[in-house]
Design a protein around this ligand. Structure first.
Ligand code: CA2
Length: 149
């Protein structure tokens, strides 16, 4: 059976590609989902791609990953990265691998974006490589543990 990963996206990422392309690129979230699914297919991984603008729905998705014993979560919690103790607490309960990703380099941006609650539980953080941040995270998971997630 294929190992399954969840790719979880936070608020406003459903509007990618519409505004601020200089910062966030011109791809929309559907493009990123397609790229992630393609890569997962090639690496024989199964992936569930999820986005919500609602904090509690993201928490529920993490609970779902816990209940289903999912191997890894790749998460771009967007603005909730910098504010959400609820998402942090949910991720603390998750026994698999958490990789935090960002399209932009949050460390080179406003001070309020330089703090991440997610980083406290993340195995690693990939930020600043546009949609490649997601693909790098998938590659990392593939290479981990003798090419198994
Ligand atoms: O760089 C990232 O991936 C972020 O997680 C993106 C979040 C931002 O709040 C984080 O600080 C960094 C914002 C996503 C906003 O998406 C937009 C969509 C359309 C137009 C403009 C922004």
């Amino acid at each position: 059976m294929k190992d399954k990963i969840y790719i979880i996206n936070g608020p406003n990422l459903n509007k990618l590609g519409i505004r601020e392309p200089d910062k966030y690129g011109s791809l929309n979230l559907q493009d990123i989902e397609d790229m992630c699914k393609n890569k997962c297919d090639k690496l024989n991984l199964s992936c569930v791609f999820f986005q919500s603008n609602i904090e509690g729905e993201i928490v529920n998705k993490i609970h779902d990953a816990i209940d289903k014993n999912i191997k890894a979560i790749i998460i771009n919690a967007a603005a909730y990265t910098h504010t959400s103790i609820a998402i942090l607490d949910a991720l603390k309960m998750f026994k698999g691998i958490v990789i935090e990703v960002h399209i932009t380099n949050i460390h080179a941006r406003e001070e309020f974006r330089q703090q991440s609650f997610i980083s406290k539980v993340a195995h690693g953080v990939i930020a600043g490589f546009g949609e490649e941040s997601y693909l790098m995270a998938i590659d990392y998971l593939f290479n981990l543990n003798n090419k198994k997630v």
